[in-house]
Design a binder for this molecule. Sequence first.
Ligand code: ADP
Ligand code: K
Length: 430
Amino acid sequence: MYNSEIENMPLEKLRDLQNARLSSMVKRLYSDVPFYKNQFDNIGLSHNDIKSVDDLYLIPFTKKADLRANYPFKMFAKPMDQIRRIHASSGTTGKSTVVGYTQNDLDIFDEVTARSLYCGGARKGMKLHNAYGYGLFTGGLGIHGGATKLGMAVIPVSGGITERQLTILQDFKPEVICCTPSYAQTLSDELIKNGINPKDLALKYAVLGAEPWTEVIRNQVEDGLDVKATNIYGLSEIIGPGVSQEDVEERGTGCYIWEDHFYPEVVDRDTGVPLPYGEEGVLVITTLTKEAFPLLRYWTNDICSINYDKNAKRTHIKMSAIKGRSDDMLIIRGVNLFHTQVEEVIYQIEGLSPNYRLVVDKKGAMDCVTLEVETAPGMEKDNLDFIKAIGMKMKNTIGITMDIDLKPHLSIPRSQGGKLSRILDKRSSV
Ligand code: ADP
Ligand code: K
């Protein structure tokens, strides 16, 4: 473990730590951030009422709209002379949100990303191929800082220019790669296309995140790059990547949330009521140690569940893989649909490659979905029985009738370096 005192802290002790951090942070927010002062005053809540994480439910959520309303710096809890870096979310949905870090915040960012990389298999002395984008996006610089702290040799490749990435993978022989799962798929496809055997590279571990992904992509990437692939989760509002991370030996059982810095809740997406462990809802996070941009009960919009894992190496709680963002959920003729559900069905069908896109459109007043999906290499794309069988499987598992557009291998748009959108919604443009 990177920091076993913390990662293995007995739960009662961890709770004490969280409670002490929370109450001092709430006091500070009340006096330093007008948004929070108003939020408390409006409902007659005193900062003294928040003594432990069990009192959190009293506090209203902070939502993305609140951050937009306070654009760009009004949520900052420290004056600019104490800010050392400013990032902005990539704006996948709507206008970007701006976040700031003090030196102490950057140190915490390094700590949680170092912990995460270690948890994913990375070690001091290894080389890291960092293909997350550098810039306003928190991915590149965030991972960079953690890897440096861990003692790795960082290769700051950033996203894109796939040909050059292949050259670096072959010549510099990094043991670890970080990028989005969809870009790892692209790299794995490109290795095949260029006749490069992944066993001739030195890669051992891939730490992948920034977008939802499921086991079918894990399988493709683990085979295609000859690595063990783990999930890293985070969002710029909370810090960036490194809010949670999957252990390389516990793959498939969820990501540890670094609870000494980030306190999680899962709440009902419609009522906001906190849900019991194991139930699926919206992930809500309270930062416990951030100085420049602390948030109380931030509504991430990401759908997952959280639970403690008795068989796990560490004491911190785990979150399930994100099913999708609440606002990316499609509602098709009354049925809710996340693209990860389609991905899970693709996993069950032999002969498909896990590259796909959902195209949503209207036929008259009716919503209709076309699943564009690729055949595995060497498969026939005009096999009508196969197409029918895919449609049946989707209908039976997800409950939605879809048109199936079976395409040749490598013909659907793929990630050029960053996050990939797997949904093309043509309804909004009508
Ligand atoms: P943007 O909202 O513009 O994409 P960020 O770069 O902060 O900005 O992205 C954070 C979001 O990315 C998360 O809220 C989540 O929706 C998604 N995300 C990050 N990591 C993962 C992951 N491992 N699995 C699923 N989704 C993820
Ligand atoms: K975000």
